[in-house]
Design a protein around this ligand. Structure first.
Ligand code: ADP
Ligand code: MG
Length: 336
């Protein structure tokens, strides 16, 4: 999944650079973690300290991946999934809390975001091999095991139970945001005064660049992905984007993406990309997926009711829709 919608502009000069009149330097590293492209930037007193901090960040992201990944058969997540329909599984406080927060997001989004989406039967193919639209009944049956409200959490025992065989949870739409937030917290606790963590397009920042300037996020023109048409500052906050999937399938004149609505079993339509702005990357990540599933009207209505959360949606026709709090530069031209 390529992410061209959100581009970091603070890193136009890659690597290490220092200002003559400022003892701080910015150190930057790009690497593949959690199956995605991570870019870690820290502002440090010198290059050596910066690289030590970056290594600490990498270790933290690797630790989180081990904990939450459903690909890793030894993760707590895999254990929960393996014992679905059999017995509750004891987990760490960290995973328990993540699941609890994910279920709260599922509640407020009415299941548009739902970690049990992973229980869906994979009846849709997006590689062109699917010639017939699945029957109503197959679609309905495909979501039979989905439902965040089925998950049994036992707070005092720290156990998680998926009550149906074949039921699964997955953190694909929240894990990168969580990892970004958690890494930022770790670096702050180590005394890193500023930085930017970009987890495959989901990013979070603190402090300012070594020059004192704000970190900026570039919003790319949906009609020309090489052109940025607006720079937005992110101050002690986060941004995440869902969408811009390269692969679409057409059925009955409609364009479908590979994100399935866990409530209906149908792939979503109408939305090209969703960018969420909020304090924490975890919430941004999850809500971007939720709004993607909800569609333009319901999604905007939903975000407008939340404090401290804003959204930009690009629809199928490349029209841009924004929540009430998004103030864009006058020079920003959103017309086609
Ligand atoms: P990206 O992976 O491009 O950052 P998202 O943050 O939207 O995009 O996450 C998409 C992933 O989340 C999917 O690949 C899948 O693993 C998972 N997912 C898909 N639909 C949902 C949903 N409705 N609720 C929760 N997770 C989902
Ligand atoms: Mg997401």
């Amino acid at each position: 999944m390529r992410k061209w919608f959100v581009v970091i502009v603070s890193l136009l000069t890659l690597g290490v650079y220092a200002q003559d009149n400022d003892p701080f330097v910015s150190v930057n590293k790009v690497l593949k973690l959690m199956g995605t492209r991570f870019e870690i930037t820290v502002v440090a007193a010198n290059e050596e300290i910066g690289y030590i901090n970056i290594n600490e960040a990498v270790a933290e992201i690797e630790r989180i991946e081990k904990l939450i990944s459903s690909w890793n058969i030894n993760s707590e997540t895999s254990e929960i999934n393996r014992f679905a329909g059999m017995r509750p599984v004891k987990v760490s406080q960290e995973l328990f809390d993540l699941i609890k927060r994910a279920i709260n997001i599922a509640k407020i989004t009415d299941g548009a975001f739902d970690i049990t989406y992973a229980s869906m039967d994979k009846i849709w193919k997006f590689d062109g091999s699917m010639k017939v639209f699945p029957s109503e009944e197959r679609i309905k049956n495909s979501i039979a095991k989905v439902g965040f409200e089925k998950v049994v959490l036992n707070e005092s025992e720290l156990t998680v139970y998926l009550p149906e065989k074949g039921m699964k949870i997955g953190f694909g739409a929240i894990g990168k945001g969580y990892a970004a937030d958690k890494t930022k917290k770790l670096l702050i606790s180590k005394g890193v005064k500023a930085g930017l963590i970009n987890a495959g397009g989901d990013l979070t920042s603190w402090g300012t660049k070594e020059t004192g300037e704000k970190w900026l996020v570039g919003i790319t023109n949906p009609l020309d992905k090489d052109k940025v048409f607006s720079w937005l500052p992110i101050v002690e906050s986060s941004v995440a984007t869902s969408g811009n999937y390269e692969k679409f399938v057409h059925f009955k004149g409609k364009k479908y993406t590979h994100i399935i609505n866990p409530r209906t079993g149908y792939p979503t339509t109408g939305v090209k990309s969703v960018t969420i702005f909020a304090k924490d990357a975890e919430l941004c990540d999850a809500l971007a997926t939720a709004v993607y599933v909800m569609g333009v009207d319901a999604g905007l209505h939903f975000i407008n009711q939340l404090d401290g959360v804003e959204v930009l949606v690009v629809d199928d026709e490349n029209e841009i829709h924004k929540s009430s709090g998004v103030v864009l530069d006058k020079s920003t031209n959103f017309k086609k």
